[in-house]
Write a protein that binds this ligand. Structure first.
Ligand code: CP
Ligand code: NVA
Length: 310
């Protein structure tokens, strides 16, 4: 396939796929997860190789992609900035041209979204966003699958976002627009969502609240993230002060729906963005959410490489 070919399907933002494709992916995830739980071998990606490029740290993304690819019969190459020419200023376009001649699919975790877009434009194979400063689509894919597993369709529901207007928040907005639900957003002043960065057309898919408690009222799902994302560590001290009231606690969960779920993409800081009572409490589904990263990404890689099955 020629680099930049419109036949190559990338997954760089949540809005790269349509609602029907998500319906298909969630169904495939259910099948693939059930097989895994029953110890049934399923290896549609024998002889396929995934290259993973990490310019930021990771636990879940690394393990879920690597384990998932091996389970599907493929193999994995792991590159980081420190141990490749990426850290020595080789142009991203050249890296894309070379790497995509040798592997079948690439997952990248990096800083600016523009960088992964440039890589994809010069890649012969599908590229998946494993987190950028702007978006984290694989995480929201797992979060919505987890919601569906526990509660059924997310369409028409309310998701409360408490915290930073960051990559996770932007991706929740894209998901709301794509799948038809509403996000109630509460961020500290100075850390608001920017709809142009979020990349949404329909500002009706979210509502802004000054106080986090108001955002949680009636929500079907309450979710948050770290006060300081990777790459923003220099702002740590000022963020600690600004975010002190943006801690999901039992009072916030009490005003949400009685059967509301709590999610966090992890890693979490108990006592900062969430209390231990909430994240370790009965409404929290964070461990299912983490595990589901692997199942949804197996379905995603299968789809990008093989298209619809059956
Ligand atoms: N949630 C998530 O992406 O975790 P890692 O940073 O550990 O990959
Ligand atoms: N917003 C966080 C998510 C980590 C998985 C970050 O970008 O560091």
């Amino acid at each position: 396939m020629k680099p930049g070919s419109s036949l190559i399907k990338h997954y760089l933002q949540f809005k790269d796929l349509r609602a029907q494709e998500y319906a298909y992916l969630f169904e495939r995830t259910r099948t693939i997860k059930t097989r895994f739980k029953n110890y049934e071998r399923y290896q549609p990606l024998v002889d396929r190789t995934l290259a993973m490029i990490f310019e930021k740290a990771s636990t879940r993304t690394r393990v879920s992609f690597e384990a998932g690819m091996y389970q599907m019969g493929g193999s994995v190459v792991n590159l980081t900035t420190g141990d490749s020419q990426l850290g020595r200023a080789e142009p991203v376009e050249d890296s894309a041209r070379v790497i995509s001649r040798m592997v079948d699919i690439v997952m990248i975790r990096t800083f600016e979204q523009a960088k992964i877009e440039r890589f994809a434009a010069h890649s012969r194979v599908p590229v998946i966003n494993g987190l950028t400063n702007e978006y984290h689509p694989c995480q929201i894919l797992a979060d919505i699958y987890t919601y569906i597993e526990h509660r059924g369709s997310i369409q028409g529901k309310v998701v409360a976002w408490v915290g930073d207007g960051n990559n996770m928040a932007n991706t929740w907005l894209q998901a709301a627009e794509t799948l038809g639900f509403t996000v109630h957003v509460s961020t500290p002043s100075g850390y608001e969502i920017d709809p142009s960065v979020a990349g949404i057309r329909d500002t009706g898919c979210y509502k802004v609240f000054d106080h986090p408690l108001q955002a949680c009222e009636g929500a079907h799902l309450v979710t948050t993230d770290v006060w300081t994302s990777m790459g923003f560590e220099a702002e740590n001290d000022e963020r600690r002060k600004a975010f002190v009231d943006w801690c999901v606690d039992e009072d916030m969960m009490a005003v949400a729906q009685p059967d509301a779920l709590f999610m966090h993409c992890l890693p979490a800081h108990r006592g900062e963005e969430v209390t231990a009572e909430v994240i370790d409490g009965p409404q929290s589904v964070v461990w299912d959410e983490a595990e589901n990263r692997m199942h949804v990404q197996k379905a995603l890689m299968e789809y990008l490489l093989l298209g619809r099955i059956g």
